[in-house]
Design a protein around this ligand. Structure first.
Ligand code: FAS
Ligand code: PHB
Length: 393
């Protein structure tokens, strides 16, 4: 098989890239190791920046997100028993975020790809990348008992943190930065109405909690748990009791509980691989960076990378120039590191760090008190939360 761009991974990065390239007449093939249903079964992000919504519109797949997504103009911070609203819309010059689950984004992209008759190889085993440091890269995979090979001009590594793309780069050519946090997020998805109209981020003596949602009838909740926790130790009742214990009286009163549709524990880490380009291999999304989900940046950063990479490929083929491709890594990493900083800061502010002791808790409370009473500090939170602008090549 031959194509212009071989894309590894059918998560949001790979599918959005495939759609944007198709719209520009650039041939591409997506190779995914799981089944489509498996990919859709992973419950992940819930908040889209306007930059991401604009990219979905450019890809022609924003209709449902615009119709069913929930525009949000603010978030609340709960600490020392009181809730304080951060006016994202007012403090960011009129910007908003849209609550629309990553699962739905992925579904919309999958349907568009199928409708366009584009090639997606699901269930591809033992994917391997070859000669991306030369002029004729290739991708190999096994399926239905046979080994297949894709000849291409470029490879886009959109295969996430545990993918094969970054792992295929020689160790001396890549520099990894990582910080692992001493806790995880136990998350529950349930068909119950959200406890509030907006997201509530909670800093409490018992640990962090987040009240989020997918719609007016489906809620997503998280509580901070120790790293050694196992999801099988948490019945639904135990989860709801722990969440209740971390809420303020009004939210506790309004909380509607019900059977979990999904329950899982996600570890938290900050991670960046530099650079994000190796010859004719380009990394995008979680293949290149991970943020703790506190700032709702993971999916949005992935979309930003794809916005840059699709534009760079389009310019390459239109202008027979490598100028934009040569700047891809630099532009991505400038935006990635700013999001890494914000996600680290918000995680450090909102979670309990037992090793920091009482002094650490008092510093957190002082910073939160300053944050909610300072327009300058709240504006900084707001402009990072709604998403920083993309640069031009
Ligand atoms: P993905 O990991 O989504 O997709 C990579 C794809 O590549 C997968 O389908 C995988 O099966 C495939 N793949 C892997 N190895 C392969 C191989 N060798 N060959 C072929 N295919 C291969 N972000 C937020 O903003 N908010 C959140 O609340 C949030 N929660 C998260 C919870 C968890 C448990 C995780 C892991 C991430 C979470 N994220 C969250 C971040 C998440 O949304 C990612 O940013 C987003 O999925 C990034 O999309 P991709 O870059 O496409 O990577
Ligand atoms: C979610 O709804 O899954 C979500 C929302 C905001 C976050 C993290 C996760 O910061």
């Amino acid at each position: 098989m031959r194509t212009q761009i071989a894309i590894i991974g059918a998560g949001p990065s790979g599918l959005l890239l495939g759609q944007l390239l198709h719209q520009a007449g650039i041939d591409n093939v997506v190779v995914e190791r799981q089944t489509g249903d498996y990919v859709l079964g992973r419950i992940r992000a819930g908040v889209l920046e306007q930059v991401t919504m604009d990219l979905l519109a450019r890809a022609g797949v924003d209709a449902r997100a615009k119709a069913e997504g929930l525009p949000h103009h603010g978030i609340e911070l709960l600490f020392q028993g009181a809730r304080h609203r951060i006016d994202l819309h007012g403090l960011s010059g009129g910007k908003q975020v849209t609550v629309y689950g990553q699962t739905e984004v992925t579904r919309d992209l999958m349907e568009a790809r199928t409708a366009a008759g584009l090639t997606t190889v699901y269930g591809a085993a033992n994917v391997s990348l070859h000669d991306f440091d030369g002029s004729a890269p290739r991708v190999r995979y096994e399926k239905d008992g046979a080994t297949h090979e894709i000849e291409c001009d470029f490879i886009a590594g959109c295969d996430g943190y545990h993918g094969v793309s970054r792992a295929s780069v020689p160790a001396q050519a890549i520099h990894l930065h990582e910080k692992v946090y001493p806790f995880g997020w136990l998350g529950v998805l349930a068909d119950v109405p959200p406890v509030s109209d907006e997201l509530i981020y909670c800093n409490t003596q018992r640990g962090f909690a987040l009240c989020s949602m997918r719609s007016h009838t489906r809620s997503r909740y998280y509580v901070q748990v120790p790293l050694e926790e196992r999801v099988e130790n948490w019945s639904d009742e135990a989860f709801w009791n722990e969440l209740r214990a971390r809420l303020d009286p009004e939210a506790r009163e309004r909380l509607v509980t019900g059977p979990s549709l999904e329950k899982s524990i996600a570890p938290l880490r900050s991670f960046v691989a530099e650079p994000m380009r190796f010859g004719r291999l380009f990394l995008a999304g979680d293949a290149a960076h991970i943020v703790p989900p506190t700032g709702a940046k993971g999916l949005n950063l992935a979309a930003g990378d794809v916005g840059y990479l699709s534009e760079a490929f389009i310019r390459h083929y239109a202008e027979r120039s490598t100028a934009a491709l040569d700047r891809y890594s630099e532009l991505c990493l400038r935006r990635v590191w700013k999001a890494e900083r914000f996600s680290w800061w918000f995680t450090s502010l909102m979670h309990r760090f037992p090793a920091e002791g009482e002094f650490g808790q008092k510093i957190q409370e002082a910073e939160l008190d300053y944050l909610v009473h300072s327009k300058a500090a709240s504006t900084s939170l707001a402009e990072n939360y709604v998403g920083l602008p993309m640069e031009s090549f």
